[in-house]
Write a protein that binds this ligand. Structure first.
Ligand code: C2O
Length: 533
């Protein structure tokens, strides 16, 4: 096993992903950011340079789905596992590839990743299923024409109709096609123009923007690594005239399951096999849809397409439409349709059951606030590392104010989540794959049973149905401080997050020189009012 080295420089820029020029933040001037590739068991070392200017912002990068077993301090969450990387400072992460499959990295500072700080991660490992060609990452995302901080302020604002804001576009691998005759973001043209950070960015929209293209070899089987790296929308992925065989969800290989479509909430991945065996024509549309509708985080665009050409087809001609778009599906595949390839049987007997409710509440200042157990989460940059506080602390106290919940030294924890809101929430737990014991809708509660109790579905993000519930359990075998949060960027920024402390007494000593143990470079900037917290 070797160490793979990467160097990421984060800057502001402007790109037109869907025909509309907007301000973005880029990794090495690319969108999506460069792919990280490694083999199972490798160490990955990434040095991040924060060159975001002007205005400056802190940043931090999270390596989604990485267990960080023994390296919690490289998990990349400001105020939990590190201080933000201060403007014009650099920081080196060392993350072990303890799982294999398809994942992504993203900024974890406010909703900054929706500005463009996202990219794919592929960890190559054994596969039980054979295929011929690895097409690589297929990134699905929603896209907005205004900067993220302006959306964040709407998302915690006073107008329920803007919670969550409806996205302008959808993208496949960073490309989509906006219809310039349509208004952006609820036609708030003034807001749109006023909120651009670079004063000299001129509003432009070009029709007919270029879409992503893929080439398939006739008769061969291709592996596509689907990832929802968007802000909000639940994406439904299809390919005209082809079926999809799912072989992994998130970082968990699954027994193969064939379907017409795959649904991915933000943060979720699916590895699918597609055989190029439709000879009725030689080019096809790949589609991802998220029709409007607040419950699922819909987009005004409804659907985005990318072209698939069989080898030899004329790539200057767009595929013909084999069918219209169809409705969104706002939930993950039924739990009895697929199971992990490697069995891990949960130990619910004697597990610690932690009840969690999700709510959206109008607070005393007239703003909407997302809450877990009646408390909203705010990042605390003055107390930057919960980890540091928790390290080796045998009786680390719960602190509802900072959404700290001690799971003690229980071997197994059940998160019994009841969603009191009319929105679906893709929930993510850091540092673990959880079992999805069961889910349900409207007015029902968990009855303690599990679907497929010997080998329940495992993954690291699960969509919690609107006004429904999910019972998730995890084997608590990774001492640390682990965020459990909604992955909708606007809900996370609005406070729908908490921190689970596990085995505080066994949290390894934090090495000096990691961002977990010093915030002095950041203090310099905040004390000098370079940035406004
Ligand atoms: Cu992909 Cu806490 O996030």
């Amino acid at each position: 096993n070797v160490t793979r080295y990467y160097e990421f420089t984060i800057t502001r820029g402007s790109i037109s992903a869907d025909g509309v020029l907007r301000d973005v933040m880029l990794v090495n001037n690319q969108f999506p950011g460069p792919a990280i590739e490694a083999n199972w068991g490798d160490m990955i070392e990434i040095t991040v340079h924060n060159n975001i200017s002007y205005p400056v912002e802190g940043t931090s990068i999270h390596w989604h789905g990485f267990l960080q077993r023994g390296s919690n301090w490289f998990d990349g969450v400001p105020s939990v596992s590190q201080c933000p990387i201060a403007p014009f400072h650099s920081y080196t992460y060392r993350i072990p590839a303890q799982l294999y499959g398809s994942s992504w990295y993203h900024a974890h500072y406010s909703a900054q990743y929706t500005a463009g700080i996202v990219g794919p991660i592929i960890v190559y490992g054994p596969s039980q299923q054979s295929y011929d060609i690895d097409i690589g990452p297929v990134l699905l995302s929603d896209w907005y024409h205004i900067p993220y901080f302006s959306i964040v302020s709407d998302a915690v604002g006073t107008d329920l109709s803007e919670i969550p804001p409806t996205s302008d576009s959808l993208l496949i691998n960073g490309r989509g096609r906006f219809d310039c005759s349509k208004p952006s973001y609820g036609n708030e043209t003034t807001e749109l123009l006023a909120s651009h950070v670079s004063a000299n960015l001129t509003w432009t929209c070009k029709d007919g923007a270029e879409l992503s293209k893929f080439v398939f070899q006739p008769g061969k089987t291709h592996r596509l690594r689907l990832m929802n790296v968007g802000a909000d929308g639940i994406q439904k992925f299809t390919i005209d005239g082809h079926q999809l065989t799912v072989i992994a969800y998130d970082y968990v290989p699954t027994t193969p399951h064939t379907a017409d479509f795959v649904t991915l909430g933000v943060g979720q991945r699916a590895d699918v096999l597609v055989t190029a065996n439709n000879y009725t024509t030689n080019s096809f549309w790949m589609r991802s849809s998220a029709p409007g509708g607040a419950a699922c985080g819909g987009s005004n665009m409804g659907e985005v397409m990318a072209a698939i050409y069989y080898e030899g087809a004329d790539t200057t001609v767009e595929p013909t439409t084999l069918r219209g778009s169809n409705d969104t599906v706002c939930e993950n595949a039924p739990l009895n349709t697929t199971e992990p390839e490697y069995t891990i049987t949960p130990t619910p007997e004697g597990a610690y059951v932690f009840d969690i409710t999700l709510s959206l509440v109008l607070n005393s200042t007239g703003n909407y606030e997302w809450r877990m157990n009646d408390q909203t989460f705010r990042a605390n940059f003055n107390y930057p590392s919960l980890m540091l506080a928790a390290e080796g602390n045998t009786s680390f106290p719960d602190d509802p104010q900072w959404q700290i919940h001690n799971m003690g030294s229980n071997k197994s924890v059940v998160l019994n989540v009841t969603n009191l809101t009319p929105f679906a929430h893709p929930f993510h737990l850091h540092g673990h794959n959880f079992h999805v014991l069961n889910t349900g809708y409207n007015g029902t509660v968990w009855d303690g049973t599990a679907v497929n109790p010997k080998n329940p579905m495992r993954r690291d993000v699960q969509i919690i149905p609107q006004a429904g519930w999910a019972a998730l359990s995890f084997e608590s075998d990774n001492p640390g401080v682990w965020p459990f949060h909604c992955h909708v960027a606007w809900h996370l920024s609005g406070g729908l997050a908490m921190n689970l402390v596990t085995h505080a007494d066994q949290i390894p000593s934090i090495p000096s020189g990691t961002k977990a143990d010093t915030c002095t470079d950041w203090d310099y900037y905040s004390n000098n009012n370079v940035v406004d917290q």
